[in-house]
Ligand binder design. Structure first.
Ligand code: NAD
Length: 335
């Protein structure tokens, strides 16, 4: 099948080319993100492959449909960047790659927790400057601390398994209980109880209209003073301005982000020679107790291999007129 592959960085091409030896699709790599300006590049392609920063809103999907596109094969698990109402009306099938490596994201989450707790990012810079003082690096044992996990699907449950090994007490909030987490000893509670009782809160639910700004000023008024907040899911789960206010008055003691609500156009790009215009984001970077990584939690060779293989399998299934089982429809976000 002819596929226009957007956001095709070199590492994306490397893994797709390797997986395509088996599938033999005609992959045309396009470096830019897919949006209103670049959608003409997809004209005539029956399939388009997109990633998290591609904007598949109604206008873009209409242009894709006009150009003959019938399949959008996402290379991500999340699909909040696709207007599924519009895709369904336009009869465009959308596939995603669920659970390509929940370990990658869970392990990065633990990396953020450990780095923030022990100040490893600050220690690295200090020691290189021959500053061997320990002031400001005081951490706490994870053993015995309470971690609240919001969303216990593939990633949240993988995190629960790791943190159970650290000896953490685990609370969870989800719209449905995961029996594996219950077996691990995770206690499901209401969101307000999780907010009030957790030393660390980690977000792993999808971004939907219900979870937009789940962590807002009201939620932050309920947390334990000095809580550690981690978000490796989607940026808009957190009201960034509200979290900045909470960092300033100490209600949030540590913040670890792999995602940011206005990350489109920022993350995945080298802007080291540019003036970043987003003052809210730049304020975040001034806090010593904040770490931001640029949506890299998924970025392991294992995950990229699985993403490439499953994306191409989704396209092959569509070409054969079969369902891959990875189609995303409105029923999934409304479930
Ligand atoms: P999943 O579907 O396996 O699990 C999501 C869980 O969230 C489910 O248990 C679901 O019941 C729960 N949930 C849904 N709505 C909820 C709500 N309103 N309140 C509480 N819980 C709710 O998904 P996953 O594979 O674990 O991925 C979770 C999210 O992680 C994805 O949606 C994506 O946004 C994000 N993600 C980030 C990266 C990264 O690189 N940073 C990579 C992959 C996925």
């Amino acid at each position: 099948m002819r596929v226009a592959v957007f956001s095709a960085k070199s590492y994306v091409r490397q893994f797709l080319d390797a997986a395509n030896v088996e599938h033999r699709h005609e992959l045309v790599y396009l470096e830019p993100i897919l949006d209103c300006g670049t959608v003409p590049l997809a004209a005539g392609y029956p399939a388009v492959s997109a990633f998290v920063h591609d904007r598949l809103d109604r206008a873009v999907l209409e242009r894709l449909a006009d150009g003959g596109t019938q399949l959008v094969a996402l290379r991500s698990a999340g699909f909040n960047n696709v207007d599924l109402d519009a895709a369904s009306e336009l009869r465009i099938t959308v596939t995603h790659v669920p659970a390509y490596s929940p370990y990658a994201i869970a392990e990065h989450t633990v990396g953020l927790i450990l780095t923030l707790n022990r100040g490893i990012h600050r220690a690295f810079a200090r020691v290189r400057d021959r500053n061997f003082a320990l002031g400001g690096l005081l951490g706490f044992d994870l053993h015995g601390r309470t971690v609240g996990i919001v969303g216990t699907g593939a990633i949240g449950s993988s995190l629960a398994r790791i943190l159970a090994g650290f000896g953490c007490k685990l609370l969870a909030y989800d719209v449905k209980e995961n029996p594996e987490c219950v077996r691990l000893g995770v206690r499901y509670v209401h969101l307000n109880e999780l907010l009030a009782a957790s030393d660390i809160i980690s977000l792993h639910c999808p971004l939907t209209p219900e979870t937009y700004h789940l962590i807002d000023a009201e939620a932050l008024a309920r947390v334990k003073p000095g809580v550690m907040l981690i978000n490796t899911s989607r940026g808009a789960l957190i009201d960034t301005q509200a979290v900045i206010d909470a960092l300033k008055d100490g209600r949030v003691g540590f913040l670890g982000l792999d995602v940011y609500e206005e990350e489109d156009g920022l993350f995945s790009e080298d802007l080291s020679n540019e003036i970043v215009q987003d003052d809210v984001f730049m304020r975040l970077l001034t806090f010593p107790n904040v770490i931001v990584t640029a949506h890299q939690a998924y970025f392991t060779s294992d995950a990229l291999r699985n993403i490439a293989e499953e994306t191409l399998e989704n396209i092959s299934a569509f070409e054969r007129g079969e369902r891959s089982g990875n189609e995303v429809g409105l029923e999934q976000i409304r479930a």
